[in-house]
Design a protein. Sequence first.
Length: 286
Amino acid sequence: MNTDQNQLTELLEEVSSVLVVYPGNATTDVLAATAGVYTSLKAAGKAVSLASPAKPRVETAGFEVLSETQTEVGNQSLIVSFPYSEEAVDKVSYHISDDSSTFYLTIKPQAGALPLDASKLSYDYAGLEVDAIFLVGVSSLSSLGAVYEGYEDAYEKATIVQVGSTASNTAALTIKPDNAASLSETTAVALLNNQLPIPEEAATAFLRGIETQTQYFTSLSATAQTFETVASLLRLGARRSKPAQSNSGTSVQEQVVSRSPQPKRTIVSSGAELPVKQAKKLGSDS
């Protein structure tokens, strides 16, 4: 495991706002790691937002938080625009209501000019300003499309944390696997080692990623650390999932077992070998 991950706690103590970004073509493992990181950071009290070039279909337990994904990140500042002419604006001012519940923006036209037509006002959001950006499974910044393009300055100013990716050469911290079976395992271990909160939803997401990537622990990529991580996640409330079912109602793994030929057992009687069924029949006749 990359040793830089031990700096994660120290890094998070210095930030309050975080953007978690993942690719539009993310695998189940990447989605699981993303959901886990996002939920954990929220539990740590950070102001967290989630972004991707494409919204995923959320149908898996533990991934529900991914429905909060935004495909546009420029939403920090409200911009009011309108058709402009020199006489249309003489003075712009604002005031707050007596009960401090309403903000008023006043646009005064020059003397003799018509007031602004309210129907022609437009509202939009722009600007990105966060303390840190987590790139989960992102292979390149250019692959992020509108989530990155136009916001290069914000990415340069923010502290970049790469999770299983090599998208940025200026990352302050990189969390990547050495011998881990999955990105979900790598990320879960990093959070566990840094004693960051892992709510039940995050634990379930991490477990789902590990199950998928290791083919429900049948893959040789599953190591002792994998099972130790799974045990920790289960203690935190992670919920197991069942392997995909075939039309017959049995799992693929069960089907393979049922199709395996059973060896014929024999017993020895008076020096001659007999099939088990025949031997039982002879025994019943005696």
